[in-house]
Every structure is written in structure tokens, then in C-alpha cells.
Design a binder for this molecule. Structure first.
Ligand SMILES: N[C@@H](CCC(=O)N[C@@H](CS)C(=O)NCC(=O)O)C(=O)O
Length: 315
């Protein structure tokens, strides 16, 4: 399954979610490292302007957002299942909570001075300043939790999660891991990267033991690839995953559209609509280095709009 190319960076929690899924499924994958902050010319060449991390490339198909990437990975490598039937619809609800609410408590909590000093030990002050400015510009409308708020919130969230294990189940929703386990694990991974602040987990031994079971899945078998090689591969690929625009969903195939996240880093990506279902929106766009691309986004958390600017693609 080395058709899977993950564009990511080491310190990215959402990337860790996907790396652990590669480990759980024992997958081989190509690893392209992306910059941690803007500018990201090779990222933008592939995604059309989506700057978040990670994203998945399969030939000339680009999948943005881990919620969609995970569905694609599970469809390509169904065993063991990432969405076991026994984990019911609640696995999706819990995963969405972990990817948003839990994540936005874990990040500001970990980025308190003692956490920053550990995670960015040795980084020059100019890097820290540029990183802070990049993230502030990415989240202008987000009212970040203060450290006392985030500490209190995590104490509640971890107590809720700890209670799940009172019946000795090994994973959050039963005998096997599901998508919710991987979504929750990324925030614990981030906090535990900073041992001086990871003490917040100490009162929750069952949660810690669960996290260690998750971490033991590892990352599968990554092989390094440069972003230049990834762009070349996309340019040389002339077919795309099958897709279609469902009738009655408010758009027609060939519409010029923009797609953007609705929470933060809300950069618009423009293209021609080629796919629209309950689960995903797919746009065609071309890049002078990466060729003809199909860029896929989930429907949840994203806005699709008819574009006032023509994309140059035929209608
Ligand atoms: N909903 C997105 C969230 C992705 C996200 O916020 N990633 C963080 C890094 S873990 C990010 O994009 N940070 C800014 C950047 O990498 O430029 C997903 O599931 O992929």
C-alpha cells in the first residue's frame, strides 16, 4: 500500500493520529515532510491553498482533513477496520469532539511556558516569534482557552474518558480500537511530548494505560519522499479516483466553486466541481508543477460555495 503519501511534520498531533492508524493497519507509506508554518509553496501547489497539516496524496488525488483521509485509508486497507460496527455511530461523535473540543484544550494547555520550553528547547527566539505570529494569524476568531481554563477543562475531559475504562474494556468503545481512539490519542500524544506539563494525566491511570496501548501500534513502515518527487508523481498521473456529483445537492458538475474550512485557516480553494456526496466535495484544479489534480474535502466542517471568479476550467 505504498501508494499512500502522507504530507506531515513530526510535531503535528493530527499527523500522529494518521501515523498511528498506519501502524494499526501495518501499512507501508511515503513520508513527505512539510514546513510547520507558511510559506508552504509545495503544499499549496498540491492543495490549491489549504495549508493545514496533514494531507494525503494518492497519485493526483489530494485528500484534505484527517476525517476524510481516515475514510480513504480504511477503504484502501479495510483490515483491521477503523470503524468497527460494534463501536456504533458514537465513534464518529466522540471522534469529532476529540478533534475539536479536546484538541483545543490540549493545545493551549501544552503551550504554557513550561511546555513550550520543553517542546521548542534550543529553537532560536526568531523561530518562536514567527511560529506564534503564524498561528495567531491562522486562528483570528478563535478565543483560545487560558492555561487555567484549559487545565480545568482537561481535568473534566480526562475524568470522563477514564470512566469509560471502569469495566476493563481495552479501548474507548469496546474490545477493538475505532476512529475515536485515534482522535483522542493525538491530544494525549501532544501533552506527553512535554513531560513537565504531562502531570495533568497522573490522576488517570487507566487512561494512561490505554494511551500506551495506542502508542504501541507504532507508525507502520514509512519511506522518505521529497515534496519535489511528490509533485512529479502527481504531474505524471493522468487518472483520478472515481467520483460523481449527486443530483439534488444544490450544485452541478462543472460549477466553479470555492471550498474552505469553517473553523480556522479558512483559506479558499478554487476549482471546478467534479464530485459531491454526503461525505465529500471534490474539485478539479491544475497547477503548473503538479498537473491536473482532484482535491477532496469532507462536507462536515467545510463550506462549498459557487465561485464568482471563473477558474478557467470548462463548464
Ligand atoms: N480538521 C483538520 C485539522 C488539522 C489541523 O489543525 N492541523 C494543524 C497541525 S496538527 C495545523 O494545520 N496547523 C497549522 C499548519 O500545520 O500549518 C484535520 O482533521 O486534518
Amino acid at each position: 500500500m505504498s501508494d499512500l503519501i502522507l504530507h506531515h511534520y513530526d510535531g503535528s498531533p493530527f499527523s500522529e493520529k494518521v501515523r498511528l492508524i498506519f501502524g494499526y493497519k501495518s501499512l507501508a507509506w511515503k513520508s513527505v515532510k512539510v514546513p510547520v508554518m507558511l510559506p508552504k509553496p509545495d503544499v499549496v501547489a498540491l492543495t490549491g491553498g489549504y495549508r493545514r497539516t496533514p494531507f494525503l496524496q494518492v497519485g493526483a488525488d489530494i485528500y484534505c482533513d484527517t476525517a476524510l483521509m481516515c475514510r480513504v485509508i480504511d477503504a484502501m486497507a479495510p483490515q483491521p477496520p477503523l470503524y468497527p460496527v460494534a463501536a456504533s455511530g458514537m465513534q464518529h461523535v466522540l471522534a469529532q469532539w476529540a478533534d475539536s473540543t479536546l484538541f483545543w484544550a490540549a493545545i493551549p494547555y501544552t503551550m504554557q511556558p513550561a511546555g513550550v520550553a520543553h517542546i521548542f528547547a534550543g529553537a532560536p527566539p526568531e523561530f518562536l516569534k514567527a511560529f506564534g505570529a503564524d498561528r495567531a494569524a491562522m486562528t483570528p476568531n478563535l478565543r483560545r482557552a487560558t492555561v487555567p481554563d484549559a487545565t480545568a477543562q482537561l481535568a473534566s475531559y480526562f475524568a470522563w474518558l477514564e470512566a469509560e475504562f471502569s469495566d476493563r474494556r481495552p479501548f474507548l468503545l469496546g474490545a477493538h480500537p475505532c476512529i475515536a481512539d485515534f482522535s483522542v490519542a493525538q491530544s494525549l500524544w501532544y501533552i506527553r511530548r512535554a513531560p513537565p506539563v504531562a502531570t495533568v494525566l497522573a490522576p488517570f491511570p487507566k487512561l494512561i494505560a490505554w494511551y500506551e496501548r495506542m502508542a504501541a501500534f507504532g507508525h507502520g513502515s514509512p519511506e522518505k519522499m521529497t515534496s519535489g518527487e511528490a509533485l512529479d508523481l502527481a504531474a505524471q498521473t493522468h487518472k483520478h479516483a472515481e467520483t460523481h456529483v449527486e443530483p439534488g445537492a444544490g450544485f452541478e458538475a462543472g460549477d466553479a466553486v470555492t471550498v474552505s474550512p469553517t473553523d480556522y485557516a479558512t483559506d479558499l480553494v478554487s476549482g471546478t466541481l467534479v464530485g459531491l456526496t454526503q461525505h465529500e466535495v471534490v474539485i478539479a484544479r491544475s497547477d503548473e508543477r503538479a498537473g491536473q489534480l482532484h482535491v477532496h474535502f469532507p462536507r462536515i466542517g467545510y463550506q462549498v460555495k459557487k465561485s464568482k471568479i471563473e477558474t478557467g476550467e470548462t463548464k
